[in-house]
Design a binder for this molecule. Structure first.
Ligand SMILES: C[S@@+](CC[C@H](N)C(=O)[O-])C[C@H]1O[C@@H](n2cnc3c(N)ncnc32)[C@H](O)[C@@H]1O
Length: 222
C-alpha cells in the first residue's frame, strides 16, 4: 500500500489516511488524545485499577502506526507493570512512513518507537523490562490463540469500511480470547455493536467519547 498519506490532526499529532478506503487511522480531532482516552484511560488504566495486578496480556486489532503500543509501553514504564502486547496487522507500514510520524518525538520515546517498528514480525521481542511485543502479520479473521488475554484494544477501521470485522461472530471470538473479567475497548459506540457484545456475553458500558466524539464502548467479560 504505497499511497498512504500522513496527515496532522487537531491536537498536532499525526495520523494516516488511506485513499482507497477514504478512511483515517484516528479521529481527525486528535489522534494522540483519542488513543490516550479510548485505550489507555478507559482500557488499560481502568483494568489495572480494578484488578490490582502487576501484569497484563493485551491483544490489539490493528498495529498501524504503533501509537497504542507506544502509549502502552509508556504506561508500563511509569507504573512498573509488566505488559505482553500482541498485535495484528494486515498492512504493515514501511519505514518511509513510520519514521516520519511525530508521536515518539512528542513523547520523547524515539528509541522505543523505532525498536517496536523494527521488531521482527511473528516473533516475541522484549523492548524493555516492562514491555514485550509480538506483531503478527495477518488478519483477525484467521487469528487463533489458545492463550487468553486480559485486555483487547479493538482498533479496526470503522464498521462502514470493514463490516466483516465488527460482526457478532467476531465479537464472540473476542469474548473467547479474553480471561474472565477481561476487557474490550473501542472508539465505536454503534447500537448494533453494543447489542452484539451483550449477546455474546459482555457487560457493556457506554462511556464519554474522546474529544469530538460523543460516546465509546467498553465491554467486560462476565
Ligand atoms: C483504525 S487503524 C488503527 C491502527 C493503530 N491502532 C494505530 O493507532 O495506528 C486500523 C488498523 O487495522 C489494520 N487492519 C485492517 N484490517 C485488519 C485485519 N483484518 N486484521 C488485522 N488488522 C487489520 C489496518 O491496516 C490499520 O492499521
Amino acid at each position: 500500500m504505497n499511497d498512504i498519506k500522513i496527515i496532522t490532526t487537531e491536537d498536532g499529532s499525526h495520523s494516516l489516511y488511506r485513499p482507497d478506503l477514504n478512511e483515517t487511522y484516528h479521529s481527525f480531532h486528535g489522534a494522540l488524545q483519542e488513543s490516550v482516552h479510548v485505550f489507555i484511560n478507559m482500557g488499560l488504566k481502568y483494568y489495572f485499577e480494578k484488578c490490582q495486578k502487576s501484569t497484563a496480556r493485551i491483544l490489539e486489532v490493528g498495529f498501524g502506526t504503533g501509537l497504542n503500543a507506544l502509549l502502552t509501553e509508556e504506561y508500563a514504564a511509569n507504573n512498573e507493570v509488566e505488559i505482553y502486547f500482541e498485535t495484528l496487522e494486515t498492512v504493515p507500514l514501511g519505514s518511509d512512513i513510520y519514521e516520519k510520524l511525530n508521536y515518539a518525538q512528542k513523547m520523547a520515546k524515539q528509541e522505543i518507537f523505532t525498536a517496536m517498528h523494527s521488531a521482527a514480525w511473528n516473533w516475541e521481542e522484549k523492548i524493555t523490562d516492562f514491555f514485550s511485543i509480538k506483531k503478527i502479520e495477518g488478519s483477525l479473521i484467521d487469528y487463533q490463540n489458545n492463550d487468553l488475554f486480559d485486555l483487547i484494544y479493538f482498533d479496526a477501521f470503522a464498521p462502514s469500511k470493514q463490516p466483516e470485522l465488527w460482526s457478532k461472530s467476531i465479537m464472540g471470538k473476542m469474548h473467547s480470547l479474553l480471561n474472565s473479567g477481561g476487557i474490550i475497548t473501542t472508539y465505536c459506540a454503534k447500537g448494533q455493536l453494543k447489542r452484539d457484545l451483550r449477546d455474546v456475553g459482555f457487560e457493556v458500558s457506554t462511556l464519554p467519547g474522546a474529544p469530538g466524539k460523543k460516546e465509546m464502548v467498553r465491554g467486560q467479560k462476565k
